[in-house]
Design a protein around this ligand. Structure first.
Ligand code: ADP
Ligand code: 5GP
Length: 188
């Protein structure tokens, strides 16, 4: 009943963005937690909608001012969740949806043990994950390799999550996650 923070995690290409979009279009009371990042904006992304795109100096300034609930260096860039995002959502009585890496997810759970619901998305197998990430065509070869190198560490953390969903057939994944949200956020 108290769950107010839905945290989605997965290796890169695991389906976080796809599932997040579905939840946001299904539940009007859910708001996306916009993280700050120093990585370059992708073509289809918008500053202030997908991320707050910052320079390294701007990000460092926010670290110094203690503005992050958590932050991590991932694939050579910084990513972090701002206190202001969470405070604003609580003030407006919104459920917040996070797309963060596995370490960030556990940090959010530690900071908000009662409120956080952790969902790990897992591809059916390693080959499928690689194929999906390649076909997304967003990464350079170097970035692709960095993302793949991290998969084992990420999979090793999956048992710390409240739910693990195998993202095989997309329709089924979306239904499954939707049900987890209904049962843990909107009903029980
Ligand atoms: P993430 O945000 O975790 O990196 P995405 O949501 O961007 O992952 O998904 C990676 C790619 O795989 C995208 O191109 C997406 O459309 C595709 N995808 C996600 N889930 C499935 C699925 N179940 N079946 C086929 N393609 C999928
Ligand atoms: P991408 O570059 O593909 O958008 O994200 C790379 C990784 O950073 C993903 O695992 C994504 O979930 C994670 N990420 C995005 N925002 C945050 C954040 O605020 N904190 C943490 N710890 N990870 C984040």
């Amino acid at each position: 009943m108290n769950k107010k923070l839905i945290v989605l995690s997965a290796p890169s290409g695991g389906g976080k963005t796809t599932v997040a979009k579905h939840l946001l279009s299904t539940f009007s009371n859910i708001k996306f937690s916009i993280s700050a990042t120093t990585r370059q904006k992708r073509e289809n992304e918008i500053n202030g909608r997908d991320y707050y795109f910052l320079t390294k100096e701007e990000f460092q300034e926010k670290i110094n001012k203690n503005e992050f609930v958590e932050y991590e260096e991932i694939y050579g860039n910084y990513y972090g969740t701002l206190h202001s995002e969470i405070n604003e959502a609580i003030k407006n009585n919104k459920i917040l949806l996070f797309d963060v890496d596995v370490k960030g997810a556990l940090s959010i759970k530690k900071a908000y043990p009662k409120e956080a619901l952790l969902i790990f998305l897992m591809s059916p197998d390693f080959e499928t994950l690689q194929k999906r990430l390649r076909e997304r065509q967003t990464e350079t070869e170097e970035q692709f390799n960095k993302r793949i190198e991290r998969v084992k560490m990420e999979l090793d953390m999956k048992d710390k999550f409240d739910f693990v969903v195998i993202n095989d057939k997309l329709e089924q994944t979306l239904k499954e996650v939707e049900n987890i949200v209904r049962n843990n956020i909107f009903q029980s």
